[in-house]
Design a protein around this ligand. Structure first.
Ligand SMILES: *Cc1c(COP(=O)(O)O)cnc(C)c1O
Length: 435
């Protein structure tokens, strides 16, 4: 175990992202010497003897007990993505949505609140607005990058700040450094959903994030072939302030353990240790190892794919910008201003939004006029995708919330894929001709 960790630490320090995406987190299986990561389809693991079992259960020794908590396939995925994003540990979960929910509830409890940007993925907005609130965790929405509003919303019960790197689908870039500065002034962790910006584009931990979340279902998996999520622990937040009750009050499920102070060497990873030993162990949102394996396959080509997604998306944004049938275009790489230049110098992601004159009716007609683009509620597939958010992904939001979240009725969202760019542009061109 120690030799393995030393080797992995060396890999993580020595290599650049493209190399980490292929090597970080894996030591080829010593029994079979299999080069690819094996899928460990097992529910449980043999204990060497009763003593070994007792030590594992008492957290005196680390190792596999039961696959709801750990699995060697998921372990490679977790170590690889932690290395890519510059974290010290990660926990994979059954969906991006689960990663968000179990991250928040691993920090905040009844009577607490979090302060979140309001330009969120539709499912996250609903989770925050109705589910968390119904469970006694208040969510205070503020316009992204309105730091006076953020500061006014923070009080003594605030337990986290939350943003998406590029808001969905308005595509505003969050000023991570300024959020991180506020989070640190008020001693709360800064949580960043970086799904739209995989680690070869942006590493939020370098800008002060304490927890980075990805939906693996999007660009990291990259092929629209499965659902999963991950929470990456930067390992920098000190949880010992008593206001974090979940970390400082003795945990009755673990013999009175206090996660902020009683984990010894593992204390810097208190967030991810608790997420695994309480979230996964007792609430069960585990990622299946087969899904973890498909995501590992995606990670191997992440850098290459993301580069092409960005290149194609920029070409699409420029094309739309030149069309008389288009009233406006939003792509951080085209008109995202200083924030896009600062945070996204390597590419601004694969999503482009634009509006057409004629409101929701015209937008829905356009969506029905493309052929190559698939009409689906997804982003980050290798294939090009299209949707009209106001009537689909964001249809649960009220008109007022839609306006606040930057979801105009005429907004069309494209997730630009890896097809030949000439075919992509020709499809858009033909759709305009059909209108
Ligand atoms: C898709 C998505 C999610 C939710 O992830 P699932 O894996 O679909 O549960 C959360 N945030 C963003 C930005 C997303 O695009």
């Amino acid at each position: 175990m120690a030799a393995r960790d030393a080797r992995q630490n060396r890999v993580n320090r020595q290599y650049r992202p493209e190399t980490l995406a292929l090597h970080a987190g894996q030591t080829p299986d010593p029994t079979t010497l299999a080069r690819a990561v094996p899928v460990y389809r097992t529910t449980a693991y043999n204990f060497r003897d009763a003593r070994h079992a007792a030590d594992l259960f008492a957290l005196k020794e680390s190792g596999n007990i039961y696959a709801r908590l750990t699995n060697p396939t998921n372990d490679v995925l977790e170590r690889r993505l932690a290395a890519l994003d510059g974290g010290i540990a990660a926990v994979s979960l059954s969906s991006g949505t689960a990663a968000i929910y179990f991250t928040i509830t691993n920090i905040a409890t009844v009577g607490d609140n979090i302060v979140s940007a309001n330009n969120l993925y539709g499912g996250t907005f609903t989770q925050f607005d109705s589910i968390l609130r119904s469970q006694g965790i208040d969510v205070r929405f503020t316009p992204v990058n309105d730091f006076a509003a953020v500061e006014a919303a923070i009080d003594e019960n605030t337990r986290a700040l939350y943003v998406e790197t590029i808001g969905n689908p308005g595509l505003d870039v969050a000023d991570l450094d300024r959020y991180a500065a506020l989070a640190s002034r008020y001693n709360v962790p800064f949580i960043v959903d970086s799904t739209f910006t995989p680690p070869t584009l942006l590493r939020p931990i370098e800008h002060g994030a304490d927890v980075v979340i990805h939906s693996l279902s999007k660009w990291i998996g990259g092929h629209g072939a499965g659902i999963g999520g991950i929470a990456i622990d930067a390992g920098k937040f000190d949880w010992s302030d008593p206001k974090f009750k979940l970390y400082n009050e003795p945990d009755s499920g673990y013999g009175g353990l206090r996660f902020a102070t009683d984990l010894g060497d593992l204390n810097p990873a208190a967030f991810s240790v608790r997420l695994r030993t309480v979230g996964l162990r007792n609430q069960g949102p585990t990622l299946a190892p087969d899904a973890a394996w498909t995501f590992l396959l995606g990670v191997e080509t992440l850098a290459l794919r993301v580069e092409r997604h960005c290149e194609n998306a920029l070409a699409v944004a420029r094309f739309l910008d030149s069309r008389p049938e288009v009233s406006w275009v939003k792509y951080p790489g085209l008109n995202g201003g200083e924030l896009a230049q600062k945070y996204l110098p390597n590419g601004a992601g694969g999503v482009v939004a634009f509006g057409v004159p004629g409101g929701a009716t015209a937008a829905r007609r356009f969506v029905d006029s493309v052929e190559l683009f698939s009409l689906v509620a997804n982003v980050g597939d290798a294939k090009s995708l299209i949707i009209h958010p106001a009537s689909a992904t964001h249809s649960q939001l009220s008109d007022d919330d839609l306006r606040k979240a930057g979801v105009a009725p005429e907004l069309i969202r494209l997730s630009v894929g890896l097809e030949n760019i000439d075919d992509i542009l020709a499809d858009l061109d033909a759709a305009f001709a059909r209108l």
